[in-house]
Design a protein around this ligand. Structure first.
Ligand code: ZN
Length: 333
């Protein structure tokens, strides 16, 4: 169980509006991956790898970001601008595309991640890592990949060599070609100032109770008594209106994702805040791993889509419960 949990997923998307801390948290996550002296859920901040990552100079961490042509740079890649980029990021651990555009093109040009970048990336992928361990590619403002670059990149995302990790950062999760999008495990960030979405604050407690009870039932569906309990839950679900049903499912996806990401050195930054007497992210996290998170998110999203199409919500939620039960049981051996 433990070994599965510790296998880091190879392609993740951190997305959220300008002002959210997605870059800062991605960097903390990378630092945790390489830390030589990990604490339970945080990097040590002291070891040589932590020091290198704090300065953005770890040799196995590569940064890719949108760039622009200049008189003397006709086929630009990130390497041409890397010092400027690092300097900006080190200042605040955050950077937005507008200030970056202003800085390197005086705001005039649309910045792009070109296909040449991906050729460079492929070269780096094929080289041995310096430390013989992970190689990480952080792609900032990844939605600026142009179509050619996206298609080229797809191959690396589909068949990455072992211990190669991609972390894509974007304001939006809907700007990628579908074949790329389907390879990414998304994690949504919120703007610090606006806090989490209002929906969750209004219905948070109600949804959390429902989620905790529901997941417990899903765990125990091999018991006859629990099937009866599930039927009651299904009725309860059907009593919500369709908007609430969708909100509940989005809330649940969030809980699954957070449980998945627990243990990667970033939970202190996330507003996990799943405090419930019968549930903890820590205890739940071993059951959510790279072999089931995709499937869980996909199945939940399918149900959200079908609710919008006026399908029978009782049947949808019943099927979903059996599917989730199957997925989270995969790890109990
Ligand atoms: Zn360390």
């Amino acid at each position: 169980m433990e070994s599965k949990k510790k296998m880091i997923p190879h392609a993740q998307l951190f997305y959220g509006p300008i002002g959210s801390e997605k870059l800062k948290i991605a960097l903390a996550y990378i630092q945790f991956i390489f830390c030589l002296n990990k604490k339970e859920d945080d990097s040590c901040g002291q070891c040589s790898n932590c020091k290198k990552n704090e300065l953005l100079i770890h040799p196995d961490v590569h940064f890719i970001f949108p760039v622009t042509t200049q008189k003397n740079i006709t086929k630009p890649i990130s390497l041409d601008y890397i010092n400027d980029w690092k300097k900006e990021v080190l200042k605040f651990k955050k950077l937005d595309i507008n200030s970056w555009t202003n800085l390197i093109s005086k705001g005039k040009k649309n910045l792009v991640i070109y296909v040449n970048e991906i050729y460079d990336l492929e070269k780096k992928i094929n080289l041995k890592s310096y430390q013989g361990d992970y190689k990480v590619f952080l792609i900032w403002e990844a939605d600026k990949l142009n179509l050619e670059a996206s298609n080229k990149m797809l191959k690396s995302l589909e068949e990455p060599p072992e211990k190669t990790i991609f972390i894509l950062i974007s304001n939006d999760n809907n700007k990628f070609i579908p074949t790329i999008q389907s390879r990414l495990i998304p994690l949504k960030f919120y703007n610090e100032k606006s806090g989490t979405s209002k929906i969750f604050i209004e219905n948070g407690d109600k949804f959390l109770d429902f989620f905790v009870q529901w997941v417990r039932i899903c765990f125990q569906l091999n018991q006859k008594k629990r099937i009866e309990d599930l039927i009651l839950k299904v009725d309860e679900f059907a009593e919500m209106n369709r908007t609430e049903q969708k909100e509940f499912l989005i809330f649940s996806i969030d809980c699954f994702r957070k449980s998945f990401l627990y243990g990667y050195g970033i939970s202190k930054y996330l507003d996990i805040n799943i405090s419930h007497e019968n549930f903890s992210v820590k205890n739940f996290s071993p059951f959510i791993h790279k072999d089931n998170i995709f499937k869980i998110i996909q199945e939940m999203n399918d149900v959200i889509y079908n609710i919008s199409r006026n399908a029978n919500t009782k049947l949808l939620f019943l099927d979903l419960s059996f599917n989730i039960s199957k997925q989270i049981s995969k790890n109990i051996q």
